[in-house]
Design a protein around this ligand. Sequence first.
Ligand code: GSH
Length: 221
Amino acid sequence: MNRLPVLYSFRRCPYAIRARMALRYAGVPVDIHEVALRQKPAALLTASPKGTVPVLITPQGEVIDQSLDIMRWALRQSDPDNWLGPGPSDENEPWLALNDDTFKPLLDSYKYAGRYPERTPIEHRRCALAAMIQPMEAQLQKTPWLLGPHISVADVALFPFVRQFSGVDKAWFDEQPLPALQTWLHTWLSSPLFNAVMEKTPSKDPINHDSYNPDSIKLAV
Ligand SMILES: N[C@@H](CCC(=O)N[C@@H](CS)C(=O)NCC(=O)O)C(=O)O
């Protein structure tokens, strides 16, 4: 019997990346099943008929099929740097909603501009910039992380989407007057945590905290 939680994942999916980062940071070992999105395994669709990844199935049979819920589940197991924040009020929520509900569709319109001909690619990009990238820059000029002096769920949850945005036209992105956001992005891209979860054949060994070094992240800011 498989005693590890199973994570159905897709390596480049931003939702799956943030789930894997939280699981790894929390030191929760998981058995990662890389999924071909065009040919999803029957076991995944039986557990979660909506057919998106990531999906986590615990050894007790609990199915968690939203990436933010997987992050929260992981952080409830262990949260050494208090990504969840100090109190009951969830200050992460406005950033999470802005990303998932507003920015993600705009990002898709920019990435796949040919499918959304009602605007030019540059107009799509301008909308995405105004909606989330510029507000992030404004916040990160004030504090090194989105909620202040410490990393929070919002930083990790938004990072893979900002990464995608930056990658659509990297030369353009690198030239923009977004110094704080560019530093923040670079910090995540070069972090051992991100690079560990992007390994093509992730180790099945129990995960330990060597892959997450908060000092290296903080020092780089
Ligand atoms: N709200 C979901 C969204 C997950 C999602 O849309 N994942 C994409 C991959 S990045 C997916 O599985 N799409 C289904 C498909 O392409 O067939 C979450 O946060 O987990």
